[in-house]
Design a protein. Structure first.
Lengths: 263, 122
């Protein structure tokens, strides 16, 4: 509290000293709409701040559609088992469905190294080159995809940066979004991060092999998911034992089959 | 977490919105609409904005954020209501089939500019 106040004071001070003149009403940060300072004029802009990303995402979507590639954006908090889930998923679908992977992390190529064992072409994006971003934006996907030979690829899996906040805000041109959460996290993650769970098309509840050792209330977690996103499919899986994988694999197969030319 | 990127985008869009025929213009206000469902923390955004505007025509500008509630309409019974808790089922008929009418916005509405004519400069 004290620290916050201290920071605020310091920031205001910086304002005035460095590049601001004190202005009337500055302390009242949220000014009433429509109230304008004398001698100024208003210019209508009406543009989405994420316009550039939205346009890039649409361009990606057209590019993927032209190549018949189904794009799955996989998101989760760090440590939910995203990479293990994808390793096992690739091992199950790979001969039949031709896959490629884009992996986003702030640093390291650890996840890419693990996923490359599947034989799928993998591009690692380290967002520290882009300012340590907490998400993958559409232009980053465009650049990463240009390094992949997408001809003949049926499914492009994007493993987003582990984060339940920001990736939900950025369209990358994907066909579907999947969120992975695990039973070692709180049951209330869906209501704490409602945008993520609203934006996704399916949820994977991972690490169910650990349920006997935890006080986790699985039904409560699923109820929370459906409170935020009624009717969203929830696949209960263990990436370690591959329990529950069949419906999840079927879901991918159906979706990819509708877009590409799979038999 | 990505507020700095957003702040830079705002500065870019606002700077590009200054009419080309005007010279020596300063932007005094940027009016932004942010939906409650957008992954944006207004205080963090203001903090980043104040850094991002340095050495731009917005150096003097205030970021005015209007927060918009999450407004939903039920596709089944057409009821409309404001969602304040993360419960996305219809209050009237319990249907889960909703349209989100507002709450996802991250839009620049307008900028307010002052033309420098010598009497107000530092």
């Amino acid at each position: 509290m004290i620290l916050n106040d201290g920071l605020k004071i310091q920031r205001c001070h910086y304002h005035h000293e460095e590049f601001h003149k004190p202005r009337p009403g500055q302390s009242n940060r949220i000014a009433p709409a429509g109230e304008r300072q004398a001698g100024t004029r208003e210019i209508k802009v009406v543009r989405r701040v994420l316009d550039v990303n939205a346009k890039m995402a649409e361009q990606n979507r057209r590019m993927f559609a032209a190549q018949g590639v189904y794009v799955l954006n996989v998101m989760s908090s760090p440590g939910s088992g995203k990479t293990t889930t994808l390793e096992k998923t690739l091992a199950r679908i790979m001969p039949e469905i031709k896959c490629a992977v884009i992996v986003g992390d702030i640093c390291t190529t650890h996840d890419a190294d693990r996923l490359a064992i599947s034989g799928a072409p993998v591009v690692q994006v380290n967002t520290d080159e882009f300012g340590g971003d907490c998400h993958l934006a559409a232009h980053v996907i465009e650049k990463a995809a240009s390094n992949l030979e997408l001809g003949g690829v049926d499914l492009l899996i994007v493993e987003n940066v582990g984060n339940l906040v920001c990736p939900a805000e950025f369209d990358i041109g994907e066909d579907a979004r999947v969120v992975v959460l695990s039973v070692t996290e709180g049951e209330d993650k869906p209501v704490k991060y409602p945008l993520m769970f609203r934006q996704c098309d399916a949820a994977l509840l991972n690490k169910i092999d650990l349920l006997p050792y935890l006080d986790y209330d699985k039904q409560k977690a699923i109820a929370y998911i459906h409170q935020v996103h009624p009717d969203m499919p929830v696949f209960e899986i263990s990436a370690k034992t591959q329990d529950g994988f069949d419906p999840w694999i079927e879901w991918i197969r159906d979706r990819v089959g509708q877009k590409s030319s799979l038999p | 977490m990505h507020e700095m990127g957003i702040a830079l985008q705002i500065v870019e869009i606002a700077s590009a919105s200054i009419p080309a025929e005007l010279e020596n213009v300063r932007v005094v206000r940027v009016n932004l609409k942010v939906g409650k469902l957008a992954a944006i923390v207004p205080d963090s955004l203001r903090f980043c904005f104040d850094i991002a505007v340095k050495d731009t025509p917005l150096a003097d500008a205030e970021l005015v954020i209007e927060e918009l509630p999450v407004l939903a309409r039920c596709k089944a019974c057409r009821a409309e209501w404001i969602i304040s808790d993360p419960v996305f089922t219809c209050e009237q008929c319990n249907s889960g089939s909703l349209e989100i009418l507002s709450g996802r916005e991250l839009d620049i509405e307008s900028i307010e500019i002052a033309e420098e004519d010598g009497n107000d400069s530092k």
